[in-house]
Design a protein around this ligand. Structure first.
Ligand SMILES: Cc1ncc(C[n+]2csc(CCOP(=O)(O)OP(=O)(O)O)c2C)c(N)n1
Ligand SMILES: [Mg+2]
Length: 368
């Protein structure tokens, strides 16, 4: 893989859509890791399907699936260490599962109940898991890039041996924060790996209306960092390029931008109907590039996976998410008092008075 400052136009691919691998570029991952990669991709899709159904039933109010983009989370997840800081966007649930975040906690966040560590203050899918070094997902697209650069700059000054991983979509590259984040990371040689998941669309706005550049990867050249275009539906290519970018970051050589070319095989969110702006023939063509199908074929050819394992794993993943849903449905909403907590170290007098008024009103039966 080249990391020279060139104009990156070619797309790196190791695992072809038919599941055959280029032996010269095969990273030689061990069998257990390969199987886990497929299992987490399948689990991601099963959870996405289940949560989208909950939204349609009115049991959660919003959901964002990453259907078709699972290889981006799994390839990067496998290349990074759990101690590396991660500032995700909203389409990397596989990364949480890869880092062993409990499914129950993911479901709690979507319900916004009292088990949710965000206490219902965030939209569903805007997770944050401090104990897994995963920083809160922000709704305003792009903000995580300047935050990631700040984390990287701080880590460099402290001499930390970790890297920072952050994600943005193709649409997010039009934000001011994309420019500021990449620029200052390169100036400071901050140990950040920027992942742009180019799925071709920002809701209904095609990437051709987002940029006049031929590729998103080439934007890196102007900032003075390598930019590499990668087949984002190829977990092996995502893994290899992420691992190399992480090594570069750890060695103090600075940040890298990876453009992972992918496609979302679903709506932008539960509020979107992609059939209004993407033709069915496009969906049919893109389904043939499904990263899960591709990776499954590869593992089957290696004798690492078969239909029985698939069925058993699907059942296990479905049972786990269903049990998590069942439990979470019984969990009450966060206490009203939590509205006032976590904001000030010392609660100001006016908020204290407000809280006391609410509490006494409840005592008089004004609050149910
Ligand atoms: C600053 C800002 N502008 C607009 C929005 C509304 N919005 C949410 S997601 C989105 C599209 C993002 O597209 P992209 O970056 O390509 O990510 P994708 O959803 O395709 O993964 C928009 C416009 C927002 N959240 N923040
Ligand atoms: Mg997009």
């Amino acid at each position: 893989m080249s990391t020279a400052l060139e104009t990156p136009k070619d797309m790196l691919s190791i695992l072809a859509p038919d599941g055959t691998v280029d032996p010269e570029q095969d990273p030689g991952l061990d069998d257990a890791t390969l199987v886990r990669m497929l299992k987490v991709m399948l689990q991601t899709r099963i959870i996405d399907e289940r949560m989208m159904t909950l939204q349609r039933q009115g049991r959660i109010f919003f959901y964002l699936a990453s259907t078709g983009q699972e290889a981006c989370s799994i390839g990067t997840g496998a290349a990074f260490e759990d101690a590396d800081w991660c500032l995700p966007g909203y389409r990397q649930p596989g990364l949480f599962l890869w880092r062993n975040v409990a499914v129950k906690r993911i479901v709690s966040q979507c319900y916004g109940n009292s088990w949710d560590n965000c206490k219902g203050r965030q939209m569903p899918v805007h997770y944050s898991f401090k104990d897994h070094n995963m920083v809160s997902i922000s709704s305003p697209i792009g903000t995580q890039l300047i935050q990631a650069t700040g984390v990287g700059m701080a880590m460099r000054r402290r001499g930390d041996a970790q890297a920072v991983l952050t994600f943005i979509g193709d649409g997010g590259t039009s934000s001011n924060d994309f420019h500021a984040g990449l620029n200052f990371a390169a100036v400071d040689k901050a140990p950040v790996v920027f992942i742009c998941e180019n799925n071709g669309w920002a809701i209904s706005c095609p990437s051709t209306k987002q940029t006049a550049s031929e590729t998103f990867a080439q934007k890196a050249v102007a900032y003075g960092m390598p930019g590499i275009r990668v087949d984002g539906n190829d977990p092996l290519a995502v893994y290899v390029t992420s691992r190399n970018a992480r090594e570069r970051a750890i060695k103090g050589e600075g940040p890298t931008l990876l453009e992972l070319v992918t496609f979302r095989l679903a709506g932008h969110s539960s509020s979107d109907d992609p059939t209004r702006y993407i033709g069915s023939e496009v969906f049919e063509a893109k389904k043939k590039l499904d990263p899960i199908t591709r990776f499954r074929t590869y593992l089957e050819a290696k004798g690492l996976w078969d239909a029985d394992q698939e069925e058993a794993h699907r059942k296990e993943a479905r049972d786990e998410v269903n049990a998590a849903i069942k439990e979470n449905e019984l969990v009450p909403k966060p206490e009203l008092e939590t509205l006032f907590s976590d904001v000030f170290a010392e609660m100001p007098a006016n908020l204290k008075a407000c809280l006391e008024t609410e509490q006494s009103a409840r005592g008089e039966g004004k609050f149910p």
